[in-house]
Design a protein around this ligand. Sequence first.
Ligand code: UD1
Ligand code: UDP
Length: 392
Amino acid sequence: IQSLNNSFMNIINVVGARPNFIKLAPIHRALKSIPNVKSQIVHTGQHYDRAMSDIFFRQLELPEPDIYLGIGGGSHAEQTGKVMMAFEKVVEQEQPDLIIVVGDVNSTVACSLVGAKSCVPVAHVEAGLRSGDRSMPEEINRIVTDSISDLLFVTEQSGIDHLNNEGIRKESIHFVGNVMIDSLIHFREKARQSTLLDDLKVSPGEYILMTMHRPSNVDNVRGLKEMKRIIKALASHKKVIFPMHPRTKGNLEHFGLYESIGHLKGVHITEPQGYLEFLNLMDHAALIVTDSGGIQEESTYLQVPCLTLRENTERPVTIDLGTNQLVDINAGAVADKAEEIFNGSIKKGEIPPRWDGHAAERITAIAIQYLNKHKTGKVDNQVTNRFSEPVS
Ligand code: UD1
Ligand code: UDP
């Protein structure tokens, strides 16, 4: 199988933060299988701790990044600006044929802006999601990234609807499925070898898995105090396992609340977990309580009940079809919902369309076809046929 007329393609995949690595893995795997495609990884360094970055490359069987920008933390403008300045040099030097960005983090918007202004085609994976809440930094990143991308790869129908409403060209929009679910399917068996449940002394189906890191929930003392009340209420039902994001830990420490949460009865605060450990924890949880974007989707696929501590979600399919429910960020409301679930009132879910483990293959086929057309004006049916059924 050839890319087309042996023409060589240099594709840059951008990643920066934890959920990006999980989305990149299947895309890189699919791209690597195409001769004449050079699939490079640029890691901006937005996340940099071993537990937030390195461990994912190892567990997801990704090579070391080809280029590491080492940006780190900072205010939104600082972080976005630093990524743009560093990535512009990469684009000048590498002259890529395509830049692939995933998700909705600051690295995503920064690199899509650089790509668009350098006249390099940009593909956005996980396009079209909208929470409707512009106080959420990710919402701004999504709107900007989608508006300047050339290829928009969508995970659910709401994404297509939003892009249509925003006047995006129909030919750019492709409903491919969900690369985060590609990773889940690929690694689920391997994750089952994790010994973490034993190490934490919990049995399958006998614990609640919790994460929280949205600035609106954890950047203020009121939110943190409510989080503490929620954890306490949940722990009266079942043991709570809470792998803690560094933002949350940092804020709890700042407000002097970290110790007291750690000492709550029935609560186990851990470091952020590796992908395989966390996947296994999700797979066997009685209930997941979170404000994460990706975890809403993973719990839907695993058909584990999920309470999302947010006022809205950009992933409505997890509510319409999946096991996810939005719940008020209030200990009483969360306790009531948890009790309903433990009393057997469990929302039955189904797996959303095209969340079948083949999203990255569809993305690869469409991207190569697009590049062939872009570069030579011709279409290569070999690659397109090789990767699964036609996409709309
Ligand atoms: C970022 C994304 C968010 C995503 C989350 C995934 C933006 C605007 N936000 O949020 O959409 O849900 O990643 O986890 O892009 N820190 C460390 N070590 C690390 C990484 C972060 O200590 O490896 C601490 C630093 O103090 C840093 C802070 O966490 O300043 C916030 O990190 P940042 O990447 O800016 O935002 P997140 O909250 O992680
Ligand atoms: N995750 C992980 N370890 C953890 C917490 C989360 O591997 O301790 C994974 C999780 O399975 C999901 C992704 O990280 O695939 C979600 O990242 P996060 O919640 O940080 O970001 P969001 O999806 O909200 O942007």
